[in-house]
Design a protein around this ligand. Structure first.
Ligand SMILES: C[S@@+](CC[C@H](N)C(=O)[O-])C[C@H]1O[C@@H](n2cnc3c(N)ncnc32)[C@H](O)[C@@H]1O
Ligand code: SF4
Length: 429
C-alpha cells in the first residue's frame, strides 16, 4: 500500500496535459446502465405505541394507557409519506421491501392500516410491485379480523415478539401475555395467513430468571410451532430499562451471567442445526432457509432506505438522516408543512467501507469480490493481520471469494464485523 523511499525514484520530465481521470479509453457504455435506472429503495415506518412497557425493552415507546393520539399520528405519518416522496423524488423508485416496525404496529386499528397502505400506494408508483411487506406484532393485539385485513392489504411477513414460552419468565419480563395466549396468537396468524405470509417469532436470550431448563423449553416450543423464522436476540440490559434497575443496580432480579447467556446461544445454534432452521444472519434462523427479512437483508447490504415516523432513520446516497424523536414535535412540524428531519451524517469513503464491513458481516458471508469492485481494494489484504487471528481462533473461514463466519463466529455475533471494521478505521485515522 505505502510506497517506500527506496522503491520510488522521482523522474522529472515535462508531460502532456492530463485532461481527465481515468482516461477516456476506460469508459464504457455499460457503466451508464446503473445511472439510468432508479435504484431500488426500502421503506421503514415507525409506530411508537405499545400496550405495555416490557422490563427489558430499551425502545422509546409510548404506553397506550397514557392515551396518546394514535389517529392523529397515523394522519401525520400519511402526510409525511406524501411530503418525503415529493421532496426526495422517491415516487418513481422501485420499492423493494417495506417494514412497519415499532413499538407495536399490530395495536393499530384496521382502518389505520388501510390509511397507511393507501398513502404508500398513492405516493409510491411501484409500491404494489414490492417483494415484501412486513409488520411487527405482539400476541395480545392479534385478532382474526385484524390478521385478515393485513393479509388483504398485502402483508406477507408477520414478525411477532414472544421472547419466551415459559410463563414465569414471561411474567418476570413484564409482558402482559402468557404461553397460552402466545400459542393462540400464533395459531390465528398461521390459520389466516396460511401460504400468504411467513411468520417470524422473536426470542430473547438472557432474560431475568432464565435457566438452562426454561431456555430449552422456550426453544422447543418455538420450533414446535413450525413458524418459518425464529430470531434470537441477546437481551441487552440498557440503562433505561426496568431490567437494568432490578437486575444490575438493585440486584433483585437474577440475570444470567455473560457465560450463561453464551451457553444459551450455543445451545440454540446446536438445536437449530438439528432441526431444519438455517441461519441467514447471526440471530435469525429460517425453516429450510426460505424466509428472510428482505428489508433487513437488503439494508445491511447497502440498499437505500427511507425512515418514516417519529425517530425513524434512513439512508439516502452518502448520507443517513433521522426524524425528530419527540412525538409532539413530530406532528407539529408536519402540520406546519415541513419534513420532521432532525439530524443526519454524511459518509466519507472510509465510513462507507467500515459500514459495509460491519453490516455485511452480520449476514454471515462477506463477498470479497464485490468489495474489491466497489472500492478498488482487497479487504483480505487490508485486514490481513486481524483476519489471520480470526482464522486461527476459528471465527472465520476465508477463501478468494468470501469471508464466512463459522458457528463460533455466529455465536459471537458482531465480534468479527467489529474487529475488521475497527481495524479499517484505525488504519486510516
Ligand atoms: C419492536 S419489538 C417487537 C414487537 C412487539 N413490540 C413485541 O414486543 O411483541 C422488537 C424486538 O426487540 C427485541 N428487544 C426489545 N428489547 C430488547 C433488549 N433490551 N435487548 C435485545 N432485544 C430487545 C425483542 O425481542 C422484541 O421482540
Ligand atoms: S418489547 Fe415490544 S411491546 Fe414491549 S415495550 Fe418494547 S416494543 Fe413495546
Amino acid at each position: 500500500m505505502t510506497l517506500t523511499a527506496e522503491r520510488h525514484k522521482l523522474e522529472v520530465k515535462r508531460i502532456p496535459l492530463i485532461p481527465n481521470y481515468p482516461p477516456f479509453r476506460q469508459w464504457k457504455k455499460s457503466a451508464l446502465d446503473a445511472k439510468l435506472t432508479d435504484n431500488p429503495l426500502c421503506l421503514y415506518l415507525h409506530i411508537p405505541f405499545c400496550t405495555q412497557r416490557c422490563a427489558f425493552c430499551y425502545y422509546k415507546t409510548v404506553d397506550l394507557k397514557e392515551r396518546p393520539e394514535v389517529e392523529g399520528y397515523v394522519d401525520a405519518l400519511c402526510q409525511e409519506i406524501k411530503m418525503a416522496a415529493e421532496r426526495f423524488q422517491l415516487s418513481n423508485r422501485p420499492i423493494h421491501a417495506v417494514y412497519i416496525g415499532g413499538g407495536t404496529p399490530s395495536l393499530l386499528k384496521e382502518h389505520q392500516f388501510v390509511k397507511i397502505v393507501e398513502a404508500l400506494d398513492e405516493n409510491f408508483k411501484f409500491f404494489r410491485d414490492k417483494k415484501q411487506l412486513s409488520v411487527e406484532a405482539e400476541p395480545l393485539t392479534i385478532s382474526r379480523s385484524k390478521m385478515e385485513t393485513l393479509v388483504k392489504l398485502g402483508v406477507n411477513r408477520l414478525s411477532m415478539g414472544m421472547q419466551s414460552f415459559n410463563d414465569e419468565i414471561i411474567k418476570l419480563s413484564g409482558r402482559g401475555h402468557d404461553k397460552k395466549q402466545a400459542y393462540r396468537a400464533i395459531d390465528i396468524a398461521q390459520q389466516v395467513g396460511n401460504g400468504k405470509w411467513n411468520i417470524n417469532i422473536d426470542l430473547l436470550s438472557g432474560l431475568g430468571g432464565e435457566t438452562d431448563e426454561t431456555w430449552a423449553e422456550s426453544l422447543e416450543a418455538a420450533i414446535d410451532t413450525g413458524v418459518e423464522s425464529i430470531t434470537v436476540y441477546k437481551m441487552e440490559a440498557f440503562a433505561n430499562t426496568q431490567v437494568f434497575k432490578e437486575g444490575v443496580r438493585e440486584e433483585t432480579l437474577p440475570l444470567p451471567s455473560d457465560e450463561q447467556e453464551l451457553k444459551f446461544m450455543q445451545y440454540a445454534i446446536e438445536r437449530f442445526a438439528r432441526s431444519e432452521y438455517i441461519p441467514w444472519s447471526f440471530f435469525t434462523y429460517t425453516k429450510n432457509g426460505v424466509d428472510k427479512s428482505e428489508y433487513i437483508y437488503n439494508i445491511w447490504q447497502g440498499m437505500e432506505f427511507y425512515g418514516l415516523g417519529v425517530s425513524a432513520f434512513g439512508s439516502l446516497g452518502d448520507s443517513v438522516l433521522q426524524n425528530t424523536s419527540d412525538l409532539e414535535k413530530y406532528s407539529e412540524i408536519i402540520a406546519a408543512g415541513e419534513l420532521p428531519l432532525a439530524r443526519g451524517y454524511n459518509f466519507t469513503s472510509l465510513d462507507k467501507m467500515v459500514r459495509d464491513v460491519l453490516l455485511g458481516m452480520k449476514l454471515l458471508r462477506f463477498d470479497l469480490q464485490k468489495f474489491k469492485n466497489q472500492y478498488g481494494f482487497r479487504l483480505e489484504s487490508l485486514c490481513a493481520a486481524p483476519l489471520k487471528d480470526l482464522k486461527s481462533e476459528g471465527f472465520v473461514v476465508v477463501s478468494d471469494e468470501a469471508i464466512e463466519l463459522t458457528s463460533k463466529g455466529i455465536l459471537y455475533g458482531d465480534f468479527v464485523g467489529k474487529t475488521l471494521s475497527d481495524y479499517l478505521k484505525n488504519m486510516y485515522e
